[in-house]
Ligand binder design. Structure first.
Ligand SMILES: Cc1cc2nc3c(=O)[nH]c(=O)nc-3n(C[C@H](O)[C@H](O)[C@H](O)COP(=O)(O)OP(=O)(O)OC[C@H]3O[C@@H](n4cnc5c(N)ncnc54)[C@H](O)[C@@H]3O)c2cc1C
Length: 568
């Protein structure tokens, strides 16, 4: 920590925002619109962070788009739901700040910026049995956004995680992804439409292989970035903060490293930390997350290395929930820089997740966070769960995509890359043979599959209740009866891929109050310092209430922090 005045400031702004994800951009826009001079800095040579790589969904209870779609919600339903699922882990003040401000933030961005979202009326809250839950509407999907509006600036946007793209290239919205991956009504026509839209976009193809019809996280970041460009809000790339500067106990700026030189940036009204979690930092993972853990298991931006948390700690900030992440089972694909989360695959009928005894340990169709919590909770020497295995049969393989593989009907096994055929995808004509390949107890696997086949016929899973809630069924195959999440695993060959306890980002970090101010151990705030997004301990506690429950808070607390720093 530097306590003193750097002799000369290289640059002075009102609000310095460290990071360039959706929360950082929201903070920058809000501060600017309140008359402040804002600056965003980004450590890497690409802006957008995990926000750009993501689904771009925002979970906003009681939002105005629900009202337009005539889906009822209220602050009291939102309170019932959030207070139930967070189960005392988060203060009432912070939860209320989220419930009260998130709809206002959304309305503000919808009215004043290029942000355009759509409600997902069937995307249920992740805990449908909790009081105040909704069968849909709180999760919002970014509309498509034309990258041409950004000009060359688009090329500096971080790429979408390939798991969110068709064939690693073509954009689809969250709604379209569900239709295609679960083979919902019209999926073939939709697939053709999106593929042709990409292929026939010939002038743009000369410019970039990237699809310009952005969706998901790239669309969200594109809309916010264009809104920054309209306002002339600067964003410095390749500029990483490494130390906060303090004067008389107040944070007044930061030392930043820009292409080999150190600059002193003064922030008259506040510094907003928005530098993501520590998912890319193996040392911090090993220290704080449950064991085992690996930076290879993250789907997120590898540049998120806990810098903001370290900078806060250096000033005596308090940290919380460091053992938590936005968990989900992931597959690590040879040759790919990021893991892929098995969001849909785990719920589709004809698959089952087993431990190394060949036994199930969870409702595979439950939230991704719950699947990983069960993985860690059940990982015992006598029943190892890490890795677990997603096992499926030829029918599943032929119908559905899985990890990087298209459905077998589009991409038969012989057309898979060699690395997939020789190691990544295990395959055998018998369950016993498959068990031998993955080192799983053959009798255990055979017993589990026999039970799953019985459950598929009855439509009831008495062990883990798979397919019983709206959320489970959201990623089931509606054509499969009686339970869209259960089908027999009976047609050889049989397949398996490994599943690891990965995440979309960590969610423990600097403790903040309802105004996003960073707190010390004694509960007092550090004047001038704010933290939002995954460098702050999440307002969602250890749970994942619905799709968009990480970006909803990042943008909302970005808005809150900027308003607090720049009162009018
Ligand atoms: C595949 C995938 C799908 C997802 N889908 C969704 C979804 O649909 N909805 C949802 O709510 N969440 C989703 N998430 C999670 C969500 O993307 C993240 O939780 C969220 O983006 C975190 O926002 P953030 O602002 O904390 O971090 P980021 O968006 O990662 O931004 C942090 C930025 O700070 C930069 N940085 C790091 N250190 C420094 C430093 N020292 N100086 C300057 N800059 C620094 C990083 O390079 C990065 O660009 C998804 C994530 C992934 C990977």
């Amino acid at each position: 920590m530097t306590d003193g005045n750097p002799k000369a400031w290289d640059h002075t702004v009102d609000v310095l925002i460290i990071g360039s994800g959706a929360g950082a951009m929201t903070a920058g826009i809000t501060a600017h619109d309140r008359g402040a001079k804002a600056l965003l800095i980004e450590k890497s040579d690409r802006y957008g962070g995990s926000s750009a790589m993501s689904g771009g969904g925002l979970w906003i209870p009681n939002n105005h788009l629900m009202k337009q779609a005539e889906i009822a919600d209220s602050p009291s339903d939102a309170w019932d739901y959030l207070s139930s699922v967070t189960d005392g882990a988060v203060s009432e003040e912070r939860l209320r700040a989220y419930i009260d401000t998130a709809p206002e933030m959304l309305k503000y961005l919808s009215n004043e910026t290029h942000l355009a979202m759509e409600t997902l009326p069937e995307y249920a809250d992740y805990y449908p049995r909790a009081p105040g839950s909704k069968p849909g509407g709180r999760a919002l999907d970014p509309k498509n956004f034309d990258a041409r509006k950004l000009g060359d600036d688009f090329l500096a946007m971080r790429d979408q995680n390939p798991q969110m793209l068709i064939m690693g290239r073509i954009f689809m919205t969250i709604f379209e992804a569900r239709t295609m991956l679960t083979q919902g009504p019209g999926w073939i026509r939709l697939m053709l439409k999106l593929s042709l839209r990409y292929i026939l976009d010939i002038p743009w193809r000369f410019r970039s292989k990237r699809d310009r019809n952005l969706a998901m996280g790239n669309a969200l970041i594109g809309m916010l970035r264009l809104s920054m460009l309209d306002r002339g809000i600067p964003l410095w790339l390749e500029t990483g903060a490494h130390e906060l500067l303090v004067e008389n106990g107040r944070v007044i700026g930061a030392l930043v490293e820009q292409k080999g030189r150190t600059l002193c940036v003064r922030a008259e009204k506040g510094v907003i930390l928005a530098a993501g979690g520590f998912e890319g930092n193996q040392e911090m993972r090993s220290k704080f997350l449950p064991s085992p853990t690996s930076a290879e298991w993250t789907c997120a931006n590898p540049n998120n290395t806990g810098d903001a948390i370290q900078m806060g700690l250096a000033l005596g900030a308090s940290i919380d929930m460091m053992e938590e992440a936005w968990w989900g089972p992931v597959t690590v694909v040879p040759g790919e820089p990021h893991a892929r989360m098995l969001v849909i695959e785990k719920s589709l009928p004809g698959g089952v997740m087993v431990n190394q005894n060949g036994e199930r340990f969870v409702n595979e169709a439950s939230t991704y966070t719950d699947v990983v919590n069960a993985m860690y909770a059940n990982d015992k020497p006598e029943s190892p769960c890490i890795p677990a295995y997603l096992v499926f049969d030829a029918t599943y393989r032929s119908k559905y995509p899985c990890g990087p593989m298209l459905p077998g009907s589009n991409q038969p096994d012989w057309a898979l890359p060699k690395a997939f055929r020789q190691g990544y995808l295990k395959k055998s004509d018998s369950l016993t043979g498959l068990a031998g390949q993955i080192g799983v107890d053959p009798a255990g696997l055979a017993g589990t599959v026999a039970k799953m086949n019985e459950y598929a016929r009855s439509g009831k899973d008495p062990d883990f209740l798979r397919g019983e809630t709206d959320f489970d069924r959201y990623y089931g195959d509606a054509n499969v009866k009686p339970n869209p999440c259960l089908a027999p695993i009976e047609k050889p060959p049989f397949y398996a891929i490994e599943a690891f306890p990965g995440e979309l980002g960590t969610k423990g970090g600097l403790k903040t109050d309802s105004r996003a101010r960073v707190l010390r151990e004694d509960g007092n705030e550090i004047p001038g310092l704010y933290a939002i997004g995954n460098c702050s301990a999440s307002v969602m506690g250890p749970t994942y209430p619905g799709a968009g429950a990480t970006l909803g808070p990042a943008t909302t607390f970005g808005y809150i922090a900027a308003r607090d720093a720049v009162p009018v």
